[in-house]
Design a protein around this ligand. Structure first.
Ligand SMILES: Nc1ncnc2c1ncn2[C@@H]1O[C@H](COP(=O)(O)OP(=O)(O)O)[C@@H](O)[C@H]1O
Ligand SMILES: [Mg+2]
Length: 343
């Protein structure tokens, strides 16, 4: 009895407890941060579904293996595209699976409170859908936090100060650009051009120039190899002859292939500056912008942004983990950061 009183008290004074989790629901990767432990799960946002029964067969890395390789009765999908949820059922299945995976082996404790990070471009309807999804996936309560704010906190920017901090988060489906001051976004832009757009630009470029069809995973590998500075062999079926063909792509060719989406990202960053109040613009001239998200690792993107905006640009230490770490910080300091939650 005494024990129960105690736990009720501590629950009241500290709304978030042990098993509470923060979820970076990304279009490419979902990361789960567990309060007091750190990032405990990092998996691709992919679900494999049996199309006959609608059952979720696999989630995460296991499901990703199946992308582009599934027989007719299995569909491997990415339930988020362009920074929004495009398949609600699959998203729910994925979230439920991840929440269970995190809770596994810890007895039956109370279901966790959950903070989910959403892209700033999502609409009210989509936000409610995220909350509902996490709710039905087994969360006790759900709060939302804007992705650029989480990314900025995770990158160590002083978002609470009366000073402009700028973050450019380049994920799989969207690029989120924000200027943050006093814990809020003064400028926020979201464009649906990011890692995926780079991949498909590479695939169509190869198809056009060399008449070879390549899948999205191959295109992504080519993109990631850009940093090596070496030629990349590309294998596939020649669409004209029907025969196998191998070509060697130079880094210059890959650069040419991604030029259009890169230009769109640069243009979006430039447009954000046009909306930026003068004082904050001055702050950013001094301190620069920080790139987060996996797309921040695209070789040469930081220099390109520096050249075209005239601003200092740095890549965050762990660009792929920033949003999850920032969401985690909000869990750890829930009371202090209350004002940051979007809903
Ligand atoms: N070294 C790299 N070079 C270029 N792009 C990369 C690199 N590493 C990861 N990416 C890209 O980052 C994207 C995933 O980033 P992430 O921040 O996890 O996205 P999201 O938040 O949308 O899930 C993918 O498009 C992936 O191809
Ligand atoms: Mg992200």
């Amino acid at each position: 009895m005494a024990k129960r009183t105690h736990s009720a008290l501590s629950a009241a004074s500290s709304p978030f407890r042990g098993r509470d989790i923060g979820i970076d629901l990304g279009t490419a990767n979902t990361l789960v941060y567990e309060r007091g432990r750190g990032v405990v799960l990092d998996e691709p946002s992919v679900v494999a579904i049996d199309t006959n029964t609608g059952k979720v067969l696999a989630v995460g890395a296991q499901a990703r293996q199946a992308v582009g390789r599934t027989p007719g009765s299995i569909m491997a999908t990415r339930p988020l595209k362009g920074g929004v949820i495009t398949d609600f059922e699959a998203t729910e299945g994925m979230l439920r699976y991840f929440i269970r995976a995190v809770r596994d082996g810890k007895g039956r404790g109370r279901s966790p409170r959950v903070v989910v990070c959403v892209p700033s471009g999502v609409t009210g309807v989509e936000r409610r859908a995220v909350v509902q999804t996490a709710d039905r996936a087994g969360a006790r309560s759900v709060r939302l936090i804007e992705e650029p704010i989480a990314a900025a906190i995770g990158a160590g920017l002083p978002v609470h100060e009366a000073r402009g901090s700028m973050v450019v988060d380049i994920g799989g489906g969207s690029t989120e650009i924000a200027v943050i001051s006093l814990g809020g976004m003064v400028v926020a832009r979201s464009v649906r051009v990011a890692g995926d757009a780079l991949d498909s630009a590479i695939a169509s470029w190869i198809e056009r120039e060399y008449t070879i069809a390549v899948g999205e995973r191959t295109a992504e590998e080519i993109k990631m190899s850009l940093g090596s500075g070496e030629f990349v062999p590309v294998r596939g079926r020649d669409k004209h002859t029907g025969m196998p063909k191998v070509v060697q792509l130079s880094p210059e060719e890959i650069g040419e292939a991604v030029e259009r989406p890169v230009r769109s990202i640069v243009a979006a960053v430039q447009a954000a500056f046009e909306e930026c109040p003068p004082e904050l613009y001055g702050d950013i001239m001094e301190r620069g912008m920080v790139l987060t998200g996996g797309g921040a690792l695209l070789h040469g993107l930081d220099e390109r942004l520096m050249k075209e905006t005239g601003m200092p640009v740095t890549v965050a230490d762990e660009p792929l983990g920033c949003v999850a770490l920032g969401t985690g910080r909000c869990l750890e300091e829930y009371d202090k950061l209350e004002s940051i939650f979007a809903a």
